[in-house]
Design a protein around this ligand. Structure first.
Ligand code: FES
Length: 90
């Protein structure tokens, strides 16, 4: 299992996450408050800007359009890091 660094832009906070843990779960374990509701990738409450790096999804439908993915949005509740990432609240 690989580990990656999650940086939350504008907060100066770094979180270490593994490749099997959602970005949201890693942030929660580190004591970071982030908006969340469904935790399954449908409601979009947790939506964030992925400013750097790449994430993957284990579900086929994360509640983002392909345009939104290309524009750099992600859903931390179901996104798992593939690289070091930098995210910001959308
Ligand atoms: S909390 Fe609902 S999509 Fe992430």
């Amino acid at each position: 299992m690989k580990t990656f660094r999650i940086q939350i832009d504008g907060q100066g906070v770094d979180v270490v996450a593994d490749s099997e843990t959602s970005v949201f779960t890693a942030m929660t374990r580190a004591g970071i408050a982030w908006p969340v509701s469904c935790r399954n990738g449908t409601c979009r409450t947790c939506i964030a800007r992925l400013l750097q790096g790449q994430v993957r999804y284990e579900i086929p439908w994360p509640g983002l359009s392909s345009d939104e993915k290309e524009e750099g949005y992600c859903l931390p509740c179901v996104a798992r890091p593939m690289t070091d990432i930098v995210i910001a609240q959308a």
